[in-house]
Design a protein around this ligand. Structure first.
Ligand SMILES: Cc1cc2nc3c(=O)[nH]c(=O)nc-3n(C[C@H](O)[C@H](O)[C@H](O)COP(=O)(O)OP(=O)(O)OC[C@H]3O[C@@H](n4cnc5c(N)ncnc54)[C@H](O)[C@@H]3O)c2cc1C
Length: 414
């Protein structure tokens, strides 16, 4: 066994784990990341970073590197299944925030984080091919055990190992599988002509008959087309396999989305032109009362997996990382720091998990679908008032921690 490797051992080199490594380094706390994947592949599709996440990434000095890779989202717009306009609102800096909202490919976000970790902490800060099996602790420290590598020791362990977290399973051996929402998602990216100004995130329809979320994630290369990310969501009795790389088939969704074409976007044509379609079930877990057990805690999806209905999965993991770092900076690499982190972040994220089940921003589409019985409407005001639509959106911002005034005025976490 090596001696103490670092103060903080981070299990999982995904979005939350890498954000934590960068934050701890900024605060002068030593850390190492142990990632199960033997190599880093450009996996996943689009992700949105809202202003609360962008504040944290900006404080880490990553705003410029991210800006080169993404689309700054100007507007979020909702349309009915029939292409009728429902509601739109400006986003990020266009809505008066000090930080932007970015639409980005997960692989590009991951690469920016990983490059920064390697440049700032050194090439060996992230150990690939380290699948963690368990953490063992005593009064002096904590030891991580791996399937095919020597153990490593530190003062604290943070489980950032995603929705199938080994650390969480060790703490909650009887938790069972994640909970299926009754909705499956098919996702893809494809070079396609820009729509609605080239920087709008659009949500259409409803899950009963077919909902879509569509936004550009990479600007057009010279002479080319921007990369558009799309998600197609459908209610289904059975969950598809829970694997981020699981391949879906066009025939799984095409009956529902066939012929879906608006003046400004040929949605079915775009889906049909996509080379690789991924499938994933919408799943989460019930919130936990407790993440911290002595020297071990959980962060990001390992702590609070949530439905991707509010663009908040990556953002909440990043905010966890920053808040936890702030506590470690204040209280040292101690059990007390982990408890203080849990005390604040556990109830906040539990609310986001539960709200993503019932009233996330896309519940605007549910309300319109139910009230109009899925039919065309003459005027949206006859179905739902603008004030009610704004209230749905604003309520979510408060719950998820990105209402403009709170975000602007609160002190930095680190
Ligand atoms: C390959 C992949 C693709 C994804 N694609 C999308 C997407 O397209 N859209 C979207 O919204 N979300 C996607 N996600 C999930 C998204 O990244 C998270 O919901 C969110 O960013 C929260 O981040 P996290 O760090 O908590 O979890 P993740 O980003 O999922 O990171 C968890 C990390 O832990 C590693 N790990 C798991 N088990 C172990 C173990 N036992 N030992 C060591 N390491 C372990 C994983 O390999 C992974 O790198 C994807 C996740 C992964 C891993």
């Amino acid at each position: 066994m090596s001696g103490r490797d670092a103060d903080v051992l981070i299990v999982g080199g995904g979005i939350g784990g890498l954000a934590l490594a960068l934050s701890l380094h900024q605060a002068g706390v030593s850390c190492r990341v142990f990632e199960s994947a033997p190599e880093v592949l450009p996996l996943g599709v689009g992700i949105n970073l809202l202003p609360h996440a962008m504040r944290e990434l900006s404080e880490l000095g990553l705003a410029e590197a991210l800006a080169a890779q993404c689309i700054e989202t100007r507007e979020l717009a909702f349309y009915s299944r029939h292409g009728q306009f429902i509601f739109k609102e400006p986003r990020g800096r266009y809505a008066g925030y000090d930080w932007p909202q970015l639409s980005i490919h997960r692989a590009d976000l991951h690469k920016v984080l990983l490059d920064a970790v390697r440049a700032r902490l050194g090439d060996d800060a992230v150990q690939l091919g380290h699948r963690c099996l368990k953490a063992e602790q005593d009064a002096h420290g904590v030891t991580l055990h791996f399937d095919r590598a020597e153990p490593h020791t530190g003062r604290l362990v943070v489980g950032c190992d995603g929705i199938h977290s080994a650390i969480r399973l060790q703490l909650y051996p009887d938790q069972g599988p994640p909970k299926y929402s009754g909705v499956n998602m098919w996702r893809g990216t494809v070079p396609w002509p820009a729509f609605l100004g080239g920087d709008t995130m659009v949500s259409t329809g409803w899950m009963t008959v077919g909902k879509t979320v569509i936004y550009p994630v990479r600007p057009a290369p010279p002479g080319g087309l921007p990369l558009i990310n799309w998600v197609a969501e459908l209610e289904r009795p059975e969950a598809v396999r829970q694997d981020w790389t699981g391949r879906g088939k066009l025939s799984d969704i095409m009956p529902a989305f066939a012929g879906l074409k608006f003046d400004w976007l040929d949605i079915s044509g775009m889906i049909e032109s996509t080379g690789e379609i991924l499938e994933y079930p919408m799943v989460d877990r019930d919130p936990l009362d407790r993440w911290t057990f002595g020297r071990v805690t959980l962060l990001g999806d390992a702590a609070h997996p949530m439905y991707p209905r509010g663009s908040n999965g990556a953002g909440q993991a990043i905010v966890d990382a920053r808040f936890l770092t702030g506590q470690i900076k204040k209280l040292g690499a101690t059990e007390e720091a982990l408890k203080e982190y849990e005390k604040v972040r556990n109830p906040v994220t539990a609310k986001v998990v539960l709200t993503n089940r019932t009233d996330p921003p896309d519940s605007i589409l549910r309300e319109v679908w139910q009230r109009s019985k899925g039919e065309r409407f003459a005027r949206i005001e006859d179905v739902i008032s603008t004030a009610e639509l704004e209230a749905i959106s604003d309520r979510y911002k408060k719950i998820a921690g990105f209402d403009r005034e709170t975000l602007r005025t609160r002190p930095s976490f680190v």
